[in-house]
Design a protein around this ligand. Structure first.
Ligand code: SF4
Ligand code: SF4
Ligand code: SF4
Length: 275
């Protein structure tokens, strides 16, 4: 009984993903959804179990399991553009498939429940960036977050132009846009990480998806909270945070609160178990 209680959250997450998997399988009459969401649910639950068992690389395991699946299987093998351009593409065609479902679950409505869990555990761009040496930013945060609105607008204009120009074989163009987009993201992400001495610089300043993620995660049910009775203000949590979050402030408007990727580094490193 004690063991079941200990693993309650991974079990709960698995049940939620299975519910989504079965619902989409039956409503869309497509077995792929059963496989897809079961796989992701199992990967996330496995990561949570490893975390509970205090395995150091639990988050990275999930990130690789989900990130590689999205990038290699869905993107390269199944030719699904799961980047923001793919979302616009399916949105314009009025089809609730692949990228639209993915965005609805992981990046638009899901963050109301699990915040930016996508960024900590599944994103294939961050999966590579997290291998770089600057796990904790070595420089103060820059005030250039506005760039994300430009990249967001560029992605929208790019896909809208294809539709307005009635471009032929847009599906093929979207596949190549996925390849090119990833090469550009990785290139810029790696250059910025070294320039700013911060693995997550791309996430903080460039990534267009944060235009969805940030406002939605503001209302996230899942948040790291600080027990003020236990906290001794040692500052360790802020020193290890890759996203510069003021995690000791429990208010929703805490500094960089919508940047939290739920990596749990602060929780693991708090000497007083206050988080
Ligand atoms: S901010 Fe963008 S690039 Fe960074 S982890 Fe989130 S979705 Fe991926
Ligand atoms: S690491 Fe723990 S004790 Fe130290 S400031 Fe953060 S929450 Fe408080
Ligand atoms: S260290 Fe804590 S506050 Fe910072 S991103 Fe990770 S979970 Fe969020």
């Amino acid at each position: 009984m004690k063991n079941i209680r200990k693993y309650l959250y991974p079990i709960l997450i698995l049940i939620i993903f299975e519910a989504v998997a079965v619902t989409l399988w039956l409503t869309k009459n497509n077995l792929f959804y059963l496989f897809n969401f079961s796989y992701i649910g199992l990967s996330v639950s496995l990561g949570m179990i490893l975390f509970i068992r205090k395995y150091k690389h639990a988050r990275r395991i999930v990130q690789l399991l989900v990130g590689l699946y999205m990038l290699v299987y869905l993107g390269l093998i199944c030719n699904e553009n799961m980047q923001i351009e793919g979302f616009w593409y399916y949105l314009f065609t009025g089809v609730f498939e692949a990228a639209t479902i993915h965005y609805a679950v992981a990046k638009i409505f899901g963050p109301l429940i699990f915040g930016r869990g996508w960024c900590g555990y599944a994103c294939w761009t961050a999966m590579v960036l997290d291998f770089l040496p600057y796990k904790v930013p070595a420089q103060p945060r820059k005030k250039i977050g506005w760039i994300r609105y430009i990249t967001f607008a560029v992605s929208l204009i790019f896909v809208a132009t294809l539709f307005l120009a009635k471009a032929g074989n847009i599906e093929r163009i979207m596949f190549w846009a996925f390849i090119a987009g990833n090469i550009v993201y990785y290139g810029i992400g790696i250059i910025l990480a070294f320039a700013f001495k911060d693995n997550r610089a791309f996430c903080k300043y460039i990534c267009p998806i944060t235009v969805f993620l940030k406002p939605m995660s503001y209302f996230s049910m899942l948040r790291v909270q600080c027990n003020k009775d236990l906290c001794v203000n040692c500052g360790k949590c802020k020193q290890v945070c890759p996203m510069d979050v003021d995690v000791t402030d429990n208010s929703r408007s805490r500094k960089n609160g919508t940047e939290c990727i739920l990596c749990m580094e602060c929780v693991k490193n708090c000497p007083k178990k206050a988080l």
